[in-house]
Design a binder for this molecule. Structure first.
Ligand code: ZN
Length: 137
């Protein structure tokens, strides 16, 4: 069986949003015992990953992302399109748009301090949709 649900929320620049409970609720809704939950953002300037969602690490991941693809660097994308978010695209590509989490007994098999997070990497606020697809039995 496959269940598909959309999470919808507004974001601000730099948001790191814990969506673990919403993904867990989708697994619960499915009534499935075992399988995988796929979380995917259709968009080229946002990402999904896991982290311990505490304020220190949220600051740390933002700082690391800034070191890897600095906002002030020159990007060919910006020269071609002028939308100023070349850094956003590179950050999103490197972190990735999706995550697969197995579940058993209806529970996501995450570590105790491991949360599923959505990262807003674009250079302005956005209305976001994230698809959660549950596959299992
Ligand atoms: Zn762009």
């Amino acid at each position: 069986m496959i269940l598909t649900r959309w999470l919808e929320f507004d974001t601000r620049i730099g948001d790191v949003i814990d969506i673990t409970e919403k993904v867990a609720a989708t697994v619960q809704e499915s009534g499935l015992q075992a399988g995988i939950a796929v979380v995917f953002v259709p968009g080229a300037t946002a990402a999904v990953t896991t982290i311990e969602h505490e304020p220190g690490l949220v600051d740390d991941i933002k700082a690391a992302i800034e070191r890897i693809a600095p906002e002030q660097n020159e990007y060919a994308h910006d020269q071609k399109w002028g939308d100023g978010n070349g850094h956003s695209h590179i950050r999103a590509s490197l972190i990735g748009p999706s995550l697969t989490v197995p579940f058993q007994n209806g529970q996501l098999m995450l570590g105790t301090w491991q949360q599923i997070v959505f990262l807003e990497l674009d250079n302005g606020p956005r209305d976001r949709r994230v698809v959660v697809q549950i596959l299992g039995e």
